[in-house]
Design a protein around this ligand. Structure first.
Ligand code: EPZ
Length: 421
């Protein structure tokens, strides 16, 4: 089983490029099912979740090829409408295929996505929304058997109880070729949702209001494939910024976009970091102080609020800040599983329900730790970089789902980090 070996207390210094966004490439690849012809998706990160998505597309009969950061999909050979259990279990976000498969084939069979490390991951909003468009969904023995009854899905006004990213994306994929108009009220506003709409509109969809709370979709007869560049990964950006901040370093990130993380940048500034954005060369530079100051409070919220995915990486840097920082996690029920592992490195964190109180310490100490989930794993890497001595990090499968060669990027910035197989 591979593991990362990190020797801490080396300031990060230098420049590295940010990859395409995991949470955009996954729904965009699912959307290629709906477009006639060969779609070319560029700036794709090399992730196990992307490979799992490609496996689902191939299982369905699509032609998929990957060349560097370009994934090409042609759904002409589409001949199935089911997602095998093992692929659903491998990646719970496969649920976003439901709307696309049903819209394209008139039916879909897939299992309930397993829960994940963040606690239960219900899909009630997905199912109730898709039923509003006329999809008949039977739930039995953990399987979803869906059909449109031979009719096109029909547009409807759908209000989401909460601005679910996945449910918004499923609705978009089901409605772009439906008959009539769909309004998605209380839609997710995340940049990855906007990126999906950008791809779909480039294929000929008629979507307005992307990024706002109400999205309107005029159904069209057909979509034609196109070339799409995935937007930068805002959570990878935050992860590298937090690593630089935790080590007192100075790092420049290219191929990113600071407007995607405008709700996070004030936290870095409150911690004493200087942020410079060179518009012309599109380079974001963070210069950290020798010792970070605490962050008074971080409240995770749906976009444009502070992203829940940034909570763990930012918490890691506050472990060595001066003073006490408070985190309130409002999106997921169980998103503090990294806290016990950070404590093994010497962090002082107290969790009470949705609140985590981090009392900064001057230094952490290397230890053996295990990734608990994707962003929790990133937090361990960041903390290890700020720890005295050597840290061994295992269960890297969590990291590899969502970070493209993280250790190579950090090593490029001067981190003493290597992967041992
Ligand atoms: C997406 O997950 C992201 N994943 C998550 O990123 C991200 O944390 C999350 O959005 C919030 O921004 C992908 O895009 C692949 P939600 P998703 O539906 O769509 C509840 C990462 O680390 N809910 O917006 O599953 C749900 O339980 C991952 O990159 C229902 O109750 O998130 C959660 O509490 C982790 N019923 C809240 O809504 C539903 O039917 C937000 O979930 C759906 C969701």
């Amino acid at each position: 089983m591979s593991r990362l070996i990190v020797e801490g207390l080396h300031k990060l210094d230098g420049e590295t490029a940010i990859h395409g966004a995991k949470n955009s490439v996954l729904p965009v690849l699912a959307a290629t099912l709906l477009a006639e012809g060969e779609s070319e998706i560029t700036n794709c990160p090399r992730l196990s979740d992307v490979r799992a998505t490609a496996s689902i597309l191939r299982h369905l009969g699509c032609e998929v090829s990957t060349e560097g950061d370009v994934v090409t999909v042609n759904p002409a050979g589409l001949c199935r409408s089911d997602i095998p259990d093992h692929l659903m279990r491998e990646m719970r976000s496969s649920i976003v295929f439901l709307g696309a498969i049903a819209a394209r084939t008139g039916e879909a069979q897939l299992s309930f996505p397993g829960g994940c490390e963040l606690g239960p991951r219900p899909i009630n909003l997905h199912l109730s929304a898709l039923r509003r468009l006329g999809l008949e969904i039977e739930e039995e023995r953990g399987r979803l058997n869906c059909r449109t009854g031979g009719r096109r899905l029909r547009g409807a006004a759908v209000t989401l109880e909460q601005p679910s990213v996945g449910a918004t994306e499923n609705l978009l994929l089901a409605s772009v070729t439906a008959e009539g108009t769909t309004s998605i009220i209380n839609a997710a506003r995340e940049p990855e949702v906007v990126d999906l709409c950008r791809y779909l509109n480039a294929c000929g969809a008629q979507i307005t209001g992307a990024g706002e709370s109400t999205i309107t979709v005029e159904g069209v007869e057909r979509l034609n494939s196109c070339r799409h560049r995935v937007l930068p990964d805002r959570i990878e950006t935050v992860t590298y910024l937090a690593a630089a901040a935790a080590t007192g370093g100075r790092v420049t990130l290219t191929h990113t976009d600071p407007t995607l993380i405008s709700s996070v940048l004030p936290a870095f500034e409150e911690a004493g970091c200087r942020l410079d954005w060179a518009e012309n060369s599109r380079r974001l530079t963070l210069t950290a102080p020798d010792r970070l100051k605490r962050i008074t409070s971080v409240l995770t919220m749906p976009y444009p609020g502070f992203p829940t995915d940034a909570q763990a990486p930012v918490m890691a840097m506050t472990c060595v800040a001066e003073g006490t920082s408070v985190f309130i996690e409002t999106i997921f029920d169980s998103r503090y599983r990294h806290v016990d592992e950070l404590a093994r490195l010497g962090a002082h964190i107290k969790v009470e329900g949705r609140v985590a109180v981090v009392e900064g310490v001057p230094e952490l100490s290397g230890a053996q730790v295990e990734c608990t989930d994707l962003r929790g794993g990133a937090a361990l890497v960041i903390a290890a970089l700020a720890a005295d001595g050597e840290t061994e990090i295992t269960a890297l499968r969590h990291l590899d789902r969502g970070y493209d060669r993280l250790e190579e990027g950090l090593a490029r910035l001067g981190a003493r980090i290597r992967r041992m197989d």
